[in-house]
Design a protein around this ligand. Structure first.
Ligand SMILES: [Zn+2]
Ligand SMILES: [Zn+2]
Length: 98
């Protein structure tokens, strides 16, 4: 199901992208690597993934050879040492979101 983004969602997505690739910076110490927005799927039973459940990943870590879409979340965590959920927490802390 697709819906249009509100202005506040767009602002949030822009701030997420502006952090750069969160895996590059958090796991590898490479800051401000240009990132694409990735939606983290969280199955808590309280709804579909929201715009707040997004992290920035560089093209490589998003859909490249070591990327989350190429491997799936378990393999991604095994390769990089951080899960999508941990990275999401890092992003939200940086943006001041609980
Ligand atoms: Zn990266
Ligand atoms: Zn993605």
């Amino acid at each position: 199901m697709k819906r249009t983004s509100t202005a506040s969602e767009k602002r949030h997505l822009a701030s997420v992208a502006a952090l750069g690739c969160i895996l590059c910076s958090h796991a590898y110490g490479n800051h401000e690597v240009p990132a694409e927005v990735h939606h983290v799927r969280v199955n808590h039973g309280w709804g579909r993934s929201s715009h707040l459940m997004t992290i920035g990943l560089c093209p490589e870590h998003h859909r490249g050879n070591s990327g989350v879409h190429n491997h799936g979340r378990e393999q991604f965590e095994a390769i990089h040492g951080f899960s999508e959920i941990e990275l999401l927490a890092v992003v939200q802390a940086k943006l001041g979101i609980e």
